[in-house]
Design a protein around this ligand. Structure first.
Ligand code: IPE
Ligand code: IPE
Ligand code: MG
Length: 263
């Protein structure tokens, strides 16, 4: 397919899903991470650097999110978890929280047809209490509409906290033990993994954080214990599929030992 130069800054024009094959790096076979998580950080700073309000940075991030999804499809990534709103982000100003909730709802609504066309299966990881019902409603519509797609699963982590996820899994286990559905004599790692928000999704292989900050901020503590980490210097609105491929290339060069020894 010919490469079209798309105006990514326009909200009405979807990012082109496919690049000129010549620009996609040839990743070593079998080395592309199956599950990538991205901590999409730096929107506020991007806006502040331009003397704009922080919410303008969130708006600038939208086309980048879809450019990265397209790049992940092209690279052959099967699961992409996007840290969109953390359980700690409620600490922000009411105006910013309100914007982020409304904007998340709007993006899911406005982009679902495009995601469906690309073969994206929309998923959600997060806690229900406190999250706007209208956001949950849009997520449910999008999940239902795209449930048969299998090109890539895109997990929107909204009102997501890693500790909350583990605590929720433990609460579910306790409830099942109380109901007699399972025995509580031995709580195993497998049992906890089976009670996470999306137990069918494999562990995270690569966590990318943009904006140069080097921490994981409560993102996928269970799933990413053995993930490779890549800290990209770009603020998220300056990120995109090409820097994403750089992060994937970095990953393909790592030797993963999982505590063992490679001979
Ligand atoms: C990440 O960008 C987006 C969300 C957390 C919703 P920030 O809003 O954290 O931007 P910075 O880190 O303040 O620049
Ligand atoms: C992490 O970014 C959360 C998301 C990207 C949604 P934050 O900006 O909230 O993280 P801290 O506060 O810098 O650790
Ligand atoms: Mg931040």
């Amino acid at each position: 397919m010919a490469f079209e130069q798309v105006d990514y800054t326009s909200l009405n024009i979807p990012a082109a899903p496919f690049s000129d094959p010549a620009i996609i790096p040839a990743f070593p076979k079998g080395k592309v991470p199956r599950h990538v998580g991205i901590i999409m950080d730096g929107n506020g700073r991007w806006a502040q650097n331009r003397a704009m309000v922080r919410t303008k940075g969130h708006q600038a991030a939208e086309p980048v999110v879809f450019d990265v999804i397209a790049g992940a499809i092209e690279a052959g990534v099967r699961y992409l978890s996007l840290y969109t709103f953390s359980t700690e982000n409620w600490k922000r100003s009411p105006q910013e929280v309100r914007f982020l909730m409304g904007f998340s709802r709007e993006i899911i609504h406005r982009r679902v047809a495009q995601m469906d066309e690309w073969g994206v299966r929309v998923r959600w990881a997060g806690r229900r209490p406190r999250l706007w019902k209208s956001v949950i409603d849009e997520l449910e519509v999008a999940m239902e509409r795209t449930k048969h797609n299998s090109t890539i699963d895109v997990v929107f982590c909204i009102n997501y906290g890693g500790r909350a996820e583990i605590a929720d899994a433990c609460a579910d286990i306790a409830r099942e033990v109380k109901d007699g559905a399972i025995s509580g004599e031995r709580v195993t790692e497998k049992m906890i993994a089976e009670h996470l928000y999306n137990p069918d999704i494999p562990d995270c292989d690569l966590v990318i954080r943009t904006s140069g900050e080097q921490r994981t901020s409560n993102f996928l503590p269970w799933e990413a214990t053995y993930a490779e980490l890549d800290f990209a210097p770009e603020l998220f609105p300056d990120y995109g599929r090409v820097p994403f491929w750089r992060s994937i290339s970095h990953y393909t060069r790592q030797e993963r030992r999982f505590g063992g020894v490679i001979k």
